[in-house]
Every structure is written in C-alpha cells, then in structure tokens.
Design a protein around this ligand. Structure first.
Ligand SMILES: Cc1cc2nc3c(=O)[nH]c(=O)nc-3n(C[C@H](O)[C@H](O)[C@H](O)COP(=O)(O)OP(=O)(O)OC[C@H]3O[C@@H](n4cnc5c(N)ncnc54)[C@H](O)[C@@H]3O)c2cc1C
Length: 464
C-alpha cells in the first residue's frame, strides 16, 4: 500500500481551496494537508492592481460582511485590522434609467414609495400573490415578468449584470436565486413566503451589510491564507493536477512529475476546470461537459477632484439602456485610499455575457469608449489623468439551462464517494461568500468523516 502524501489533498489555491485548508487547520491544527496550485501564486480569480497610487481590482471588488464563514476566514488569516468596509446604509447605489442615474433606496419600504415605478406597475407586483408557478425551470426574465410584471425587468437586469455580468434571458432562476424560487414553490407566492419567513424568524434582521475589502486590495485575503501554509509541504505552486485515480484507501493524483496519494480529495476548481478531471471517476456522464462563462474587462479611470462623482457605491445599466459600459464602481468614494491625494478612481465594467466582442477592442479604444459613455451620466469636466484596462483571464460561470441537473450530478458523485469533495467557482453560486460557505461544508464533511474513524478508535473529538 502506498503511504499517503497527505490525509487531505486540495486541488486549487483560489479562495475556495485556501478556505477549505484554513477551516481544516483552524479545527485541527495538526491535520496533514497539501494544496496544489498550477499558477505561481495563490488567489485564482482575485487580482489587485496597484499603479501610480491607484488601486484597482481585475477580479472581485469585495464581499458583504453578512456571512459568518467569511468573517471566520478573515479572522483566521489575521486580517481583522486590514479590513476596509463601506456600509450599504451609507453608500447608495444607482441604476441608469432613461440615460440618468437614479438612486435606489436602500430599504424595501422606501423602494415602494420611490418614483422609480408608476403606480400601476407597483400594483402589478402584488399579482405575485395569486400567480401560479411556471412549469419547468424558467429563465430569470420569464420568472420575474410572470411574477412581478414587465416593469420590474430592468431592475432584475441590473442585479444580474452586477453579480453575474449575465443575461437574464438565459440565467435560470432556480440556479441563481434558489431561495426565492423555493419560496414560490413552497408558498405559491414569493411575497407570501417572505412574510411567513419573517414571522417565523425570531432573530431580528440586522440591517444592511457592508462591502468589505482590504487596505491593499482583495488579493490580501488569498495571500494571507496561503501564508499560513508551509511552502512545498502544505502548498505547492506550479503543480497542476492532471489525472485522478481511485485507490483502495483513497485517491492518487498525478501531476507532471509527481504521484500523490491521499485519503480525502478536495477539488476546489471552477466548474469548467473541474469537469474534465472528474468525469473519468464519475459513474455517470455529467449532463453538461462545459458551462458558459461571461468575460469582463475592468477599465480603471483616475480623475482630478473636479470630477463630480456622486456619493455612493456605483451604478449599473440594464441592457435596455443600450450603453457601452455595464456599470461602474465609485471605488475611491467607498475606499478613499484607492486614489492619490486630490484624485478619484472609477472602475467601469465592460463585456459580460451579452457583449464579449467588446473585449476585442484595444486598451486605448476601451478607455475612450468608457470615458465618453460615463461622461454622459456623470459630470467629468476633464479627461482622465489615469487609465488602465485589466483583463481577467477568468470568466464568471453562468448558471443557465441544464445547470440544476449538473448540480444534482455533483451531489450524486459526492454521495457515491464520502472522501471526494467538489467546491469552487460556479458550484452552488459564484460570489465569494458562496465559495466560503461551500468550503466550510466541505471541511465539515472531512472532519465528520475523520471523527467517525477516530470515534471507532476512541481518540479526541472535533467540535463544531
Ligand atoms: C471579473 C470577476 C469579478 C468578480 N467580482 C466579484 C465580486 O465583486 N464579489 C464577489 O463576491 N465575487 C466576485 N467574483 C467571484 C469570485 O472572484 C469567485 O467566487 C472566487 O474568486 C472563486 O474562487 P475559487 O477558488 O472557487 O476559483 P478560482 O479563483 O478560479 O481558483 C481556482 C484555482 O485553481 C487553480 N487550478 C485550476 N486548475 C488546476 C489544476 N488542474 N491543478 C492545480 N490548480 C489548478 C487555478 O490556477 C486557480 O488558482 C468575481 C469574479 C470575476 C472573474
């Protein structure tokens, strides 16, 4: 029998893989684990870019602080003092409607009172109370229109442009908003379901969350989590997992040069990187062998203080507005250290599921198109003094037709092997908090399994 290279082997040192490793070490400091990363650095889709005093993000800009798993990870990574927060209660958001930025009130009651929708459209929202659920698994657009009326579509579009850079005609409601979809299925109406949930929820709602990042950008989080692992013993870079084989007691992972054995195998990869690796070991062919991705570019623009950037978080433009830019973050309003003294930073997003061809333009062209576009919405008297186009190599997984069946396939696969764990970008969501929640679930599966083995030998316990 080959001796295990590690009890737990984790493929991928993005936030998901590092989060699994951090949780495991937190609960069991002497655990034997090894993380494999094909790149020469940790972080995957996270990429912070500092240049001439401007700090921009090529990937995620932050995460909300209402997720316990994320808060635990920040603490375990020793970053409590590095956290920067922009509370949503103070940082309003805007939607571009009829070529104007309109403020979206932060509380549901105020949204209903705001003049964003005519009275007839507000009354139509209430039709949700008696609309029967649509058969099959509808797209977000079909579902929202059916339940709440056509007038609500631009708002739904803005939400899913801001999260998935996606197309609401193609994203599946069951996949992207499983809790809302479940309310409809259980109570026959989302509004009724929300009211019942609120009544039965004894815990008081804690108000609006805050957007969270770090003083040197989002990259700080994966860097700090990776720093907690010993180089070449607990984390190896430039080491890509190529094939997986089942052994008598666990798994054998082959890289270019190495054969590594383990008891528990965690595959913490985006769906499209995971599928080619696991298809060989699955009992059933996956219903999809690839899911679509939305690619984005971030265009970071620096202006002098003459730029009249509204107070707030940023804006999003629904497709019906036919704008070049999907939206922009008012980065230095939220996090003032992100631009040099006397300057401001805007980060605009271009491309997405609907407009991938826009990314074929040169950096100069993109910068100019974005500037011309945003100038029509915000008073920018002077041209930008700084411009940088960041082109992430990672796309955002799109949870479209066939995705619920793929998720079911993953569950079946995990059920058939108690020592195989699949998480990562696009499995059960796409946001950082989703990744951290899934990572915790995977860590828990491993610890419970280990606990059962230990129980039979009556060794020390693991407490949750
Ligand atoms: C442009 C963009 C903007 C985003 N904005 C936000 C945001 O504002 N807020 C938010 O919450 N989320 C955002 N996200 C999502 C967030 O970045 C992801 O949820 C998260 O980073 C995914 O982490 P992961 O570890 O699952 O995957 P990844 O980050 O993709 O990490 C996977 C890692 O595995 C490695 N790898 C791949 N194959 C192998 C192999 N065979 N062997 C070894 N290593 C391998 C890769 O090199 C990579 O390092 C954004 C994503 C993108 C792309």
């Amino acid at each position: 029998m080959t001796k295990p290279s590690a009890d737990v082997l984790i493929i991928g040192a993005g936030l998901s893989g590092l989060a699994v490793a951090t949780f495991l070490k937190h609960k069991q400091p002497d655990i034997s684990l090894l993380v494999l990363e094909q790149d020469d650095h940790p972080g995957g889709a996270i990429h912070s870019h500092l240049e001439e005093g401007y700090l921009a993000e090529g990937g995620a800009h932050g995460f909300f602080d209402n997720c316990l798993e994320s808060r635990v990870l920040v603490h375990e990574a020793g970053l409590d003092q590095d956290v920067e927060k922009a509370p949503l209660a103070e940082f309003v958001r805007y939607i571009c409607l009829e070529s104007r930025l309109q403020c979206i009130p932060q509380q549901p009651g105020k949204i209903l009172k705001a003049p964003l929708l005519p009275l007839s459209a507000k009354l139509r929202v209430l039709a949700d109370l008696w609309k029967k659920p649509l058969p099959d698994s509808p797209s977000v657009a079909k579902w929202v229109e059916h339940r709440f009326g056509k007038a609500v579509l631009p708002f739904a579009d803005a939400v899913f442009t801001g999260t998935y850079a996606g197309d609401i005609e193609r994203l599946q409601i069951e996949a992207v908003m499983p809790s809302m979809y479940a309310l409809e299925q259980q109570h026959g109406s989302v509004i009724r379901g929300l009211i019942k949930k609120r009544r039965s929820n004894k815990e008081k709602t804690k108000g609006l969350p805050a957007m969270t990042s770090f003083s040197s950008g989002m990259e700080r989080l994966p860097q700090a989590m990776a720093a907690g692992l010993t180089l070449n013993r607990e984390i190896m870079y430039r080491t890509a997992a190529k094939t997986l084989t089942r052994t008598e007691s666990g798994w054998l992972v082959r890289t270019g040069q190495l054969e590594l054995s383990c008891n528990h195998l965690v595959i913490a990869l985006p769906v499209n990187s995971c599928l080619p690796l696991v298809t060989e070991i699955a009992h059933r062919t996956p219903p999809l062998n690839h899911i679509p991705e939305a690619r984005l570019a971030t265009v970071a623009l620096g202006f002098s203080k003459n730029a009249e950037i509204p107070p707030g978080f940023g804006y999003l433009a629904p497709e019906q507005e036919q704008r070049f830019t999907l939206g922009a973050l008012f980065s230095s309003q939220m996090f003032p250290g992100r631009a040099p003294q006397g300057h401001v930073l805007l980060e605009a997003l271009v491309g997405g599921r609907r407009h991938p061809q826009r990314l074929e333009r040169s950096d100069d062209e993109l910068t100019d198109r974005v500037y011309q576009d945003i100038k029509q919405l915000i008073n920018l008297p002077d041209p930008p003094v700084f411009g940088r186009v960041l082109r992430p190599k990672h796309g955002i997984p799109q949870l479209e037709q066939g995705y619920p069946a793929l998720l079911k396939w993953r569950t079946e696969l995990q059920d058939s092997y108690s020592n195989l764990h699949l998480c990562g970008f696009g499995w059960q969501g796409i946001g950082i908090n989703d990744m951290h929640k899934e990572a915790w679930k995977m860590a828990k599966r491993i610890l419970i399994d280990a606990q059962q083995e230990e129980d039979s030998q009556e060794v020390k316990g693991v407490y949750f």
